[in-house]
Design a protein around this ligand. Structure first.
Ligand code: HEC
Length: 260
C-alpha cells in the first residue's frame, strides 16, 4: 500500500522530493489503479452512503425543510448556504463544520446526535453537503470576528511543525513543492481548481475502500507524516477546515469525490 511507503520513508527520515517531474495526476497511479479509477468514476461506491444520508435527513431533521428551518434560511437559499460552511452559527455559539451543525439540528429535533465518527454521520453529512453540488464554495472568512479568528488559527495550525519529524502540513502542501512528488505520490495543491480538495470531501478513497470526511482525511495525513493527531470537531480541527476550505473558494462542490 502506498501510504505505508510514505510512512516508512518518513520513518527513515528521508523526505525525498523528486521535483521537476511533470505534475500529471495519472502518473501517480499504476495502470490497474487507473482502470479502477475510470470505472469508479462512472459508479462511485460512496453513492450508496450518500443515498442513505437522504433518509437520515428525513427521519432526524425533517428533510430539507427541517434543515432550512433550523438554519433560519429559506428553502431557496439552503443550497448556497450549505456551500458556505464552516460558518459561525449563533444558536451554537461557535464556528462549526457541517457535521457539528447537524448534531445541533438533531438535538433541536429531539434526537440524539450521531457521533462525529460514525457511519451515520458520515452518510448524513455527505448527503447534506451534496445538496450543494454544483454550487461554488462561498466560505467567508471575513464574515465576522469568529471566522477571522478561526482563519488565523487554521493558518497557524497548517504551518506549525507539530511532529516527530518536524513536519507541518505546509511542508508538503506549499506552493513551492506541490506538484513534485513524495516517492510515487504527487503532492497536491489544496487550492488547485483541478484538485478542488475541500469541495470533493466526503470522498471515497480507493486505496482504503471507504468514504472519509475532510477532517478524517486531514487525520490520515497526520498519521502518515507523524504529526500530533488533532481530534475531529476540535477548535483546531475546525480552524484547519476553515483554512483549507478557503483555499478552494470558488470551486464547485461535487460530492462524493473519488480519490486514490
Ligand atoms: C509528508 C507530506 C505530507 C504532510 C506533512 C501532509 N500531507 Fe496532506 N497529502 C500528502 C500527499 C502525498 C497527499 C496525496 C496522497 C494521495 O495521492 O493519495 C496528501 C493529500 C491531502 C489531502 C487530500 C487532497 C485531495 O486530493 O483532495 C488533504 C486535504 C491533505 N493532504 C491535507 C493535509 C493537512 C491538513 C496536513 C497537515 C495536518 C497534511 N495534509 C500534511 C502529503 C502530506
Amino acid at each position: 500500500m502506498k501510504t505505508a511507503t510514505v510512512k516508512s520513508l518518513l520513518l527513515a527520515g528521508t523526505l525525498v522530493l523528486a521535483s521537476g517531474v511533470q505534475a500529471e495526476e495519472k502518473l501517480s497511479m499504476t495502470e490497474a489503479d487507473k482502470a479502477m479509477y475510470e470505472e469508479m468514476l462512472e459508479n462511485n461506491p460512496a453513492d450508496v452512503y450518500v443515498a442513505e444520508g437522504e433518509e437520515l435527513l428525513e427521519s432526524q431533521i425533517g428533510g430539507e425543510a427541517g434543515l432550512a428551518k433550523f438554519l433560519g434560511v429559506s428553502e431557496d437559499d439552503l443550497y448556497p448556504y450549505i456551500a458556505g460552511f464552516p460558518r459561525y452559527i449563533k444558536s451554537i455559539g461557535s464556528v462549526v463544520a457541517l457535521d457539528q451543525m447537524i448534531q445541533a439540528a438533531q438535538a433541536a429535533n429531539g434526537k440524539t446526535p450521531y457521533k462525529l465518527k460514525s457511519p451515520e454521520m458520515d452518510s448524513l453529512s455527505a448527503y447534506v453537503k451534496s445538496l450543494a453540488n454544483g454550487q461554488k464554495i462561498n466560505i467567508d472568512v471575513t464574515a465576522d470576528a469568529h471566522m477571522k479568528e478561526m482563519f488565523e488559527l487554521g493558518k497557524v495550525t497548517f504551518e506549525t511543525r507539530r511532529g516527530g519529524r518536524g513536519l507541518a502540513c505546509l511542508s508538503c502542501h506549499s506552493a513551492d513543492i506541490v506538484g513534485s512528488r513524495l516517492r510515487m505520490q504527487i503532492l497536491p495543491d489544496l487550492g488547485d481548481p483541478k484538485v478542488k480538495a475541500a469541495g470533493t470531501w466526503p470522498a471515497y478513497r480507493m486505496t482504503k475502500g471507504k468514504m472519509f470526511t475532510l477532517q478524517q482525511r486531514f487525520q490520515q495525513c497526520m498519521n502518515n507524516a507523524l504529526l500530533a493527531k488533532i481530534p475531529l470537531g476540535s477548535k483546531d480541527m475546525v480552524a484547519l477546515e476553515v483554512y483549507i476550505t478557503n483555499m478552494a473558494k470558488g470551486s464547485e462542490i461535487a460530492i462524493p469525490g473519488l480519490k486514490r
